[in-house]
Design a protein around this ligand. Sequence first.
Ligand code: KIV
Ligand code: ZN
Length: 503
Amino acid sequence: MSRKIHIFDTTLRDGEQVPGAKLNRRQKLEIAEQLAKLGVDVIEAGFPCSSPEDLQAVRSVAEQVKGPVIAGLARAVPQDIDIAWEAVQKAERPRIHVFLGSSDIHLQKKLRQDRESALQRAVDAVRYAKKYCEDVEYSTEDASRSDFEYLCRVVDACIQAGATVINIPDTVGYAIPDQFGELILKLKETVPALDRVRLSVHCHNDLGLAVANTLAAVRNGAEQVECTINGVGERAGNASLEEIVMAIRTREAFFDAHTDIRTTEIYRTSRMVSRLMNIPVQPNKAIVGANAFAHSSGIHQDGILKDRSTYEIIRPEDVGIKAHTLVLTARSGRAALRHRLKELGYDLTPEQFERVHQRFLNVADRKKEISSQDLNSIVEIELSKVPETYTFESLQIMSGSTMTPLASVTLMKEGTAFTDAATGNGPVNAVFNCIERIIGQQGTLRDYDLKAVTMGKDALGEAMVRVEIGGAIYSGIGTSPDVIEASARAYVNAFNRFFANSH
Ligand code: KIV
Ligand code: ZN
């Protein structure tokens, strides 16, 4: 039997540190339930001392999600550890995850502490956490830029203090695969106590090497890998769970290792995280991108038709992407829509289905065929809607190369229609100004992204905005065959998030 690699998912902690991707308690629970279905070994549910809301969210995950170990992060200070324990103690299998910098850069510039006192602090923190919890993970933050001798001393001391998992992070994504693999090998050779605990790695993607570094570590003895769905995370992100898992599975003999992930749940999990965090997945993203299994050149298509193995190393169905036979149009009935939604992995409540059906009809009236990607976009946007203080109703635009664009927009609030008009330096800007006039609240557009969901002239447009409202960033997403309408829907969605947050 090959070695089991434990999958530690930190989408809800490191992943959630992406600006604008903050999740509320209900959303964290929804993702955590799905991660349990996916079969991850550990869910790091949050950083409980970061806010009272996160403490509550981690506590809910610990109480309700069965199967995986539930971990809460803490700095190496008693107060953080107290709060982390408060959050995870009701889990079937709780873990406290303590971290402290080990590189001279972190010690001198951030912590302003010398090596010896930091080492003592690490040991004290592990002992303190151990009073609460049997399972204590210790992370040597910025390990890849740490002095090797010192790193070994910290690792050994923390194991003697009772740590059950030692995690070696490449916090700033500085490592190179050969070098990182060698670091793991040398650590194992130099610190014999590592045989008694689980050795973990945690890689960031600043040089685009997070997955490669993680796999190099696996080859050299790491038994736990820390990763996130879609690779979301600080800056350039964390190592992507789906890429690591499918690399190990596709090249099992090479790695002589396996994971317990139910790979057919990968696609559904990826869509859910993208929808709830409002972070689109790039089309060419390995494993879960829209083009990951699309063959466009004639030579490739010919090969695929003769035998799929000519150009495919993973079957789409192995990651939960199904082939479809039905073409959906405005005349497709509810049964056909229901069937396709099921194929795509959506398990909607009757109320959610009604909303999706209404929006499907509205889009299908203006577009010949509704593809699976269109449907994904429609469902995800409908499901990510927060309680709608305002709903988009309609808009008109007057625009041209020699005139100032003028927009008129109608929004509904509690059954009443509100219409206003405004100009702008472009049609989208005029619409946004108009929405702000109706709502009576200013927003500053920080990011605006528009993409076609599918190819072709009648493609569905998907707009994504990040808007600063009242000092915080809110993201919004909207879809429509009309790109200005998609933008308006996204802008209203961002304001609805603001209102949902202020209540
Ligand atoms: O990147 C990092 O070092 C971390 C630690 C807290 C594990 O996220
Ligand atoms: Zn990290």
